[in-house]
Design a protein around this ligand. Sequence first.
Ligand code: IMP
Ligand code: MG
Length: 185
Amino acid sequence: MQHYEEFLSEVLISEEQLKVRIAELGAEISRDYADTTVHMICILRGGVLFLTDLMRKITTPNTVDFMAVSSYGMGARRTTGQVRITLDLQEDIRDRDVLLVEDIVDSGYTIATVLEFLATRRPRSLKVCTLLDKYERREIEVPIDYCGFRIPDKFVFGYGLDIDELYRNLPFIGAVDPDRYQPPH
Ligand code: IMP
Ligand code: MG
């Protein structure tokens, strides 16, 4: 297995920058949901580190639930129909104030599919909070209510985001140098 320093092209967002920005997002969410209980839905697995840090910065009542999706046709052109829900929520969201927590919005198809799916269950409100927005790659328009950082079109890893399922535990967001990365076999 390669050590990440062998293919890291740059640290895009440092541990300290993440900490500062997530505290700001937590404060903003606490203000916006001051009169209710925000029900945070985290999309596994990439969003987990972000969720657990974000929720510690929320000072108003909150609850969490998890779901998982898988997308096929990665790399090729995708549509919302190619993103499948593989793990459903544990709890009903009807009449609740739902905040979807994601690691990154890239083409937008994942979030678009999940929003469509959740809306059919009639939550009272439905908003999106993403740590990263790779806006140059958007193929389908999605509403983003809270965004940590807008990033350029680079493949990133760390802080929940994986490359071939590895490196999620790193405390920063790094960009990959594709010429130096060797996939595990
Ligand atoms: P979308 O459906 O194209 O918006 O893709 C979103 C999903 O692709 C994210 O939830 C990530 O799992 C994955 N993804 C997109 N870009 C990256 C990246 O740069 N690093 C790691 N995962 C990524
Ligand atoms: Mg993800």
